[in-house]
Design a protein around this ligand. Sequence first.
Ligand SMILES: NC(=O)c1ccc[n+]([C@@H]2O[C@H](COP(=O)([O-])OP(=O)(O)OC[C@H]3O[C@@H](n4cnc5c(N)ncnc54)[C@H](OP(=O)(O)O)[C@@H]3O)[C@@H](O)[C@H]2O)c1
Length: 374
Amino acid sequence: MPQSMRALVAGEVGEPNDVLRLESRPVPTAEAGQALIRVKATPIHASDLHVLRGRYGFTPEFPTVGGHMECVGRIAALGPDTEGLKIGERVVAVAVPAVPGPRVAGTWQEYLVADTHRLLPVPDRLSDSSACQLAVNPLTALLLVTRELDVRPGEWLLQTAAGSTVGRLVIQLARHLGVRTINVVRRRDAVEEIKALGGDEAVCTEDEDLLRRVTEIAGPAGVRKAIDCVAGHVGAQVSQALAPGGEAVVYGALSTHRQTDPAALTIPLLARSIIYETKVVRGFWLNRWFGTASPTDALRALSEVRSLVADEVLSIPQGRPFPLERFTEAISFAETPAHGAKPLFVFGDGRDEADGHIEPDDGHIEPSRHRFDA
Ligand SMILES: NC(=O)c1ccc[n+]([C@@H]2O[C@H](COP(=O)([O-])OP(=O)(O)OC[C@H]3O[C@@H](n4cnc5c(N)ncnc54)[C@H](OP(=O)(O)O)[C@@H]3O)[C@@H](O)[C@H]2O)c1
């Protein structure tokens, strides 16, 4: 076991590329009930950057290792009296801090210590790219569709940012469940892909009117269920597009991400539509879900997600690997419109046990070579 490791650390709140530094830190030690994970791959989610900017739903203690969502790796050591897991076992570490709940170690480092109830064993046949994105977005898609809104077969579900990872997973899950989707995207280019994935209808805000199109598509009965991760004007339009008695769950605010103006961080709901059509607009946040779900329920939901991915009902879009040293490039890539693939930090030589070999992206690799399957 090495004594030290690389970690991507933010010294203070600020623009990620201004405050992040690559540091050498001692490899941590697992206590009772914990495991030391050698991280193989970990994504850069929009919310990870939000956390560093100090505009997320929780604020870690700074300096903080970045990455407060998830990773895949292998168990390098177990704390004393820790049962149920083996050294060398491949696991997803769910690093989403429960709110309220204890602090959780960031994933943008070579080794991290995690409580064993936050570890989900994963089969070797799942690629590192899929495994390291298993816990957050697929779980969110599953919870939104089946638990938060309980969308029934044949019902319409309206969703925004349908080309996002969550959006694509929602399309696949909806198809599996017989739910019909109306998918809002901001670029015309994205429409074909949405249709190819199985999205029933697509609305492009670049050149179409959201309200008019939803009315045309759903007819007089309208749409009673919606999920929105854009907020702002688009979120407001989603609430207006709902049929009377309809419900919209807001789970993201992508339109506000680069905003500092408090007035821009809103969803300007139309009071008449909310009051006279008795609609509900409410939030969903995975951190709070982890704060209320029992460990057994959380594990059950995560296991369900693992099965859906392993059985290829859900296919998690392939991420784009970056070595930790190229973090500024990876973060800029994460925020480029239409970037297409989720950036992932990858560790080690890129070689995996089962069948894959990748080299971290030099910017000129064929798409197929972005695979780094386990
Ligand atoms: N509440 C929760 O617990 C929870 C859990 C998971 C995810 N989330 C949220 O879900 C959202 C999606 O996450 P993800 O990881 O799936 O995203 P992602 O894969 O990184 O994709 C981002 C997508 O959002 C679109 N987008 C970005 N800014 C936009 C804007 N201003 N207006 C419209 N579309 C915009 C992008 O479109 P282009 O292709 O055109 O660039 C892209 O399709 C994020 O807000 C994330 O924070 C919330």
